[in-house]
Write a protein that binds this ligand. Structure first.
Ligand code: JFZ
Length: 474
C-alpha cells in the first residue's frame, strides 16, 4: 500500500513535470498558465493572432461529419419490444436499462463490416473536412482501446479490435481532421448513480448524482481517458457533452480545458466543457467568461450569426444521433444542402451526423444524402470553404450569401421569374458577375443606390441552390 502511494506520488510528480514545458510554451512569456482560457481581454494568455491561427483550419472547414457509434447501435432503438420517438443513444435512459443488462449489448457489438477507408471516403466525398466521433457517450462505453477501463471495444466485445486507430490513421491519410466527442456524464461509472422516481439507480438518466467523495476519482478517470485519446489518436478537436450535471462546475470545466490544452496546445475545445452553453441554442452566455472555443447549437441554426463568435450547429439527418433501425424521417438533400449554406451565411460550421450500425455500416439513406451534398459541393465548394458571413444587413429574400476576399457568393434558393435577380445594395461596387458553373460567361447587370439587378437565365440552373458570384471593387 505504502509502496503504491509512493509510486503514485512519483507518477503524479512526473506527470506534472512533463506538462509544465508544454503549458509554458503555449502561454505567452509573461502570463502564468493558470489563466489559459480565461477569455478576459486583459488576462488572456493567448493573443488574438495566436487564437486566430489555432482556429484557422476549423473556420475554413465549415463542414464536418459527426459520428455517434456505440453499444446503443445493438438495440438500435428497440428494447424488449419497446420503441420510442426518443434518440437512440439514450435508450439506456428511456428504456430504464440497468448497467448489468446494458453491458450485455457488448456481446453483440461486432462491427465486422467496418471499413475505415470507406467511412473517411464517404465524408470526404461529401465535402466534409473533419470527423468528430463519440469516443465515449453517456453510456460510458469506450469505442476505442482504453487501458484505464475494461468497458471498451477491445476488452468487452467479440470484435476485440480498435476501429478508432484505423479511422484516425485513414482520416490523416485522406486529409481530414480527426476529432473526438467525450461525455462528462457517465451512466456506467461507479461514481455516478440515478436518483429519480421509477428509475433503476444504475440506468441512464438526464442527470446523475455524484457519490460523496467520488468526484475527484472520476475526474482522474476522465483525464486518464482524455490523455489516452490525445496521446494515441492526436485529435484536432475535443467535443465535450453531458456537462449539465449539477456536480459539474464552470471551474471544473476550466480545469479540464486547461488539462486538454496542456496535452495538445493547438487543440480546439467546444463550450460544453464548462457551463457557458445557453440550452439547445448552444451559444455561450454573456454574463461572464466561460471555457471553450466555440458554441454548439443543437438541431438548430441561430437566427443571426454573431460576429467574432465561433459556433457549429450539429444536426441529425433523420431524428436520432445513434442508429435506430425504424427511424425513416430523413431530411431531403435540399434541406441538408440549404442548411449548410444557411449556416455558412451566418458564419458557422455544420456538423452533420451519421449513426452507424453495430455491423459497422453507415445507413444507406445517409450515404445517399451525403453523396448529393458532395455533388453540390464539388461545383460550389468555393462558396462555402473559407467564407465568412453574409455582408448584407438583412436576410436576402431569394436565398443566402457568403463572402470571401473580393467575392460575394449569392446562393439562390428561389429563382426569380422574369429573368432578373434583384439584390439589395450593401455599399460595394460590382465589377463582374457570373454563375459559379460558368465563370467565363459574365452576366449583364446594372447597379444603382437601390441595388443590383442581374440578368439571369429563365430557369434555375440548380433548383437546390444556384451560386452567382459577384466580384467587387474592394
Ligand atoms: C447531446 C446528447 O445528449 C445527445 O445524445 C447527442 O450526443 C447530442 C449531440 O448532444 O444532446 C442533448 C443534450 C442535452 C439534452 C438532450 C440532448 N438534454 O438536456 O435533455
Amino acid at each position: 500500500m505504502k509502496r503504491q502511494v509512493t509510486i503514485l506520488i512519483i507518477f503524479a510528480t512526473l506527470a506534472l513535470w512533463s506538462l509544465s514545458p508544454v503549458v509554458s510554451s503555449q502561454s505567452t512569456a509573461h502570463h502564468p498558465p493558470a489563466k489559459l482560457n480565461v477569455k478576459d481581454e486583459n488576462e488572456v494568455d493567448e493573443t488574438k493572432a495566436h487564437r486566430d491561427e489555432r482556429m484557422r483550419w476549423w473556420r475554413e472547414a465549415r463542414f464536418g461529419m459527426f459520428i455517434h457509434w456505440g453499444l446503443y447501435a445493438v438495440p438500435a432503438g428497440e428494447y424488449k419490444g419497446q420503441r420510442s420517438t426518443r434518440i437512440g443513444e439514450w435508450i439506456m435512459e428511456w428504456a430504464n436499462i440497468p448497467r448489468v443488462d446494458y453491458e450485455k449489448f457488448a456481446a453483440q457489438f461486432n462491427p465486422v463490416k467496418f471499413n475505415a477507408a470507406d467511412f473517411v471516403r464517404v465524408a470526404k466525398d461529401a465535402g466534409m473536412k473533419y470527423i468528430v466521433i463519440t469516443s465515449k457517450h453517456h453510456d460510458g462505453f469506450a469505442i476505442y482501446d482504453s487501458k484505464v477501463s475494461s468497458y471498451d471495444i477491445v476488452d468487452f466485445t467479440p470484435y476485440r479490435r480498435d476501429p478508432i486507430k484505423e479511422l484516425a490513421r485513414e482520416a490523416k491519410k485522406q486529409g481530414l481532421k480527426f476529432c473526438f466527442y467525450y461525455s462528462i456524464l457517465d451512466w456506467h461509472h461507479p461514481s455516478q448513480y440515478v436518483d429519480a422516481p421509477g428509475k433503476d439507480p444504475t440506468a441512464g438518466n438526464r442527470t446523475t448524482k455524484m457519490k460523496p467523495g467520488a468526484k475527484a476519482e472520476y475526474i482522474t478517470y476522465m483525464k486518464a481517458q482524455l490523455r489516452e485519446l490525445i496521446t494515441n489518436y492526436d485529435p484536432a478537436v475535443l467535443w465535450f457533452d453531458g456537462e449539465w450535471q449539477d456536480w459539474w462546475t464552470e471551474e471544473d470545466g476550466q480545469d479540464l480545458y486547461r488539462f486538454v490544452r496542456s496535452l495538445k496546445p493547438d487543440i480546439i475545445i467546444n463550450n460544453r466543457v464548462g457551463k457557458g452553453r445557453q440550452g439547445m441554442a448552444g451559444l455561450s452566455k454573456t454574463d461572464r467568461k466561460y471555457s471553450g472555443d466555440f458554441g454548439t447549437p443543437e438541431q438548430q441554426i441561430p437566427a443571426n450569426g454573431l460576429p467574432g463568435i465561433d459556433w457549429e450547429s450539429c444536426m441529425t439527418m433523420n431524428t436520432t444521433w445513434g442508429y435506430k433501425f425504424y427511424d425513416d424521417q430523413w431530411k431531403s438533400p435540399q434541406t441538408i444542402i440549404r442548411n449548410l449554406i444557411d449556416i455558412a451565411s451566418k458564419g458557422g460550421n455544420y456538423l452533420l451526423n451519421v449513426g452507424p450500425t453495430s455491423e459497422g455500416l453507415i445507413p444507406q439513406p445517409s450515404i445517399e444524402r451525403l453523396a448529393a451534398v458532395g455533388t453540390w459541393m464539388r461545383t460550389n465548394g468555393d462558396a462555402i470553404y473559407g467564407t465568412t458571413a453574409s455582408p448584407f444587413t438583412t436576410q436576402l429574400s431569394f436565398g443566402r450569401a457568403t463572402s470571401k476576399g473580393q467575392r460575394v457568393y449569392l446562393h439562390v434558393f428561389d429563382w426569380p421569374a422574369g429573368g432578373k435577380l434583384q439584390v439589395p445594395s450593401w455599399g460595394k461596387a460590382i465589377k463582374r458577375t457570373y454563375l459559379m458553373t460558368n465563370p467565363r460567361a459574365a452576366l449583364k447587370f446594372s447597379q444603382s443606390e437601390n441595388g443590383l439587378s442581374i440578368d439571369v437565365p429563365a430557369a434555375a440552373p440548380d433548383p437546390i441552390a444556384t451560386v452567382i458570384v459577384l466580384e467587387t471593387r474592394g
